[in-house]
Ligand binder design. Sequence first.
Ligand code: SF4
Length: 433
Amino acid sequence: MDYLVYFLTLGCKVNSYETAAIGKLLADEGFRETEDPSQADVYIVNTCAVTGEADRKSRQMVRKARRVAPSAIVVAMGCHTQMCREETDADIVVGTDDRPKLVPLLLEKLKIRASGKTPEDLDAGTRFFEYGSVPYQENTRAIVKVEDGCNNFCSYCIIPYSRGRVRSRSREAIREEIRVMADKGYREFVITGIHLCSFEKELGRDSTALGELLDEVASIPGVERIRLGSLEPSCMTEELIAMLKANTKICPHFHLSLQSGSDSVLSRMNRKYDTVLFRKVTEKLKEAFPNASFTTDMICGFPGESEEEHRESCAFAEEIGFTHIHVFPFSPREGTKAQKMPDQVDGAVKSRRTSELRAISDKMEKARARSFVGSEVEVLVEKTGEDGSWEGYCREYIRVFGKTESPVDPGQIMTVRITETDGFDLIGERTSY
Ligand code: SF4
């Protein structure tokens, strides 16, 4: 079999990971990936449903696939199709809980395309879908998914409906994937999930299960750095923080999902923490990791958000001193409680508040970068140029650039003295390997 497959992926890192995972399964069946969609026998759109805008774009991309590759089998998969199967005219539609069916369905469709048969009805799955080892990379950094689904039901979020409840990957499969990637030379592993702190929650475990998993990951030969995906503050117990501190491979960078710095807004969002808890968690993490970077996601213009609540939110963000904030204007998502809430905020107000918070983020990011000048950091080189230039990330997750006389290779870890910043990034000189 020699079919060409083209992928178009929308949304988050988990989606990118899952695209790569499907790509691997198809490669095992003899498919080859093409960069040219018009040549594709199979055109896969991995959709996203995180906002109403993402839904719209997902539909648009499936229509585009039809236009660009009229003879291809068009597959729509992912979060948007999980919720809105009827809204797409793809040939094969799978959501997030029936992905195991995608490859068999596709093979069957290709084999009997002329017979007029339609794919069987799809069942909902409830276990973690095991892809095996996935060749998804960001340069020298490997992303490893360990958990799917969420039980939290934040009022603005569709994920618990679209991806279903928490289910965790087996530790054995996680270790195996990391062993394979470490053997290939990857040194940094980003452990991720839809609600990472819920790892093994369905087995009755608390967040120390994640700490145990990270200890197991750290002991795999070749693993030099471990980063964590988005963490919910309420899961960051003293026990887990102590486990993270004791694990020398953990990078001092924590993406703690804040969403709002106003307690009344957090309550309407049905988040499971308030600013008091959030502050306490960051203090504990700072004690354990004195130079830790904190990044976060925040939403501006949640229904009913007053100017005062917005100002509280901005002030709290400044107090925490995030290295970077991913700021999103609130976008009502069909099927969520927040969509039906009264006092939806006017679009112009949302964009003005978003700009204000982004300006705060930029200011903090620049100040954080300046604070590194004169210090030494450890850089994992990701890219190199023929002129001796290199770039990579330090453990605190800030991009570092530099240039050396002697060659530097991707994957190399070296000590760098920071001499200046170009605003957000760091510029430095290698002091040792
Ligand atoms: S924690 Fe909230 S925002 Fe995050 S996936 Fe679960 S429901 Fe969505």
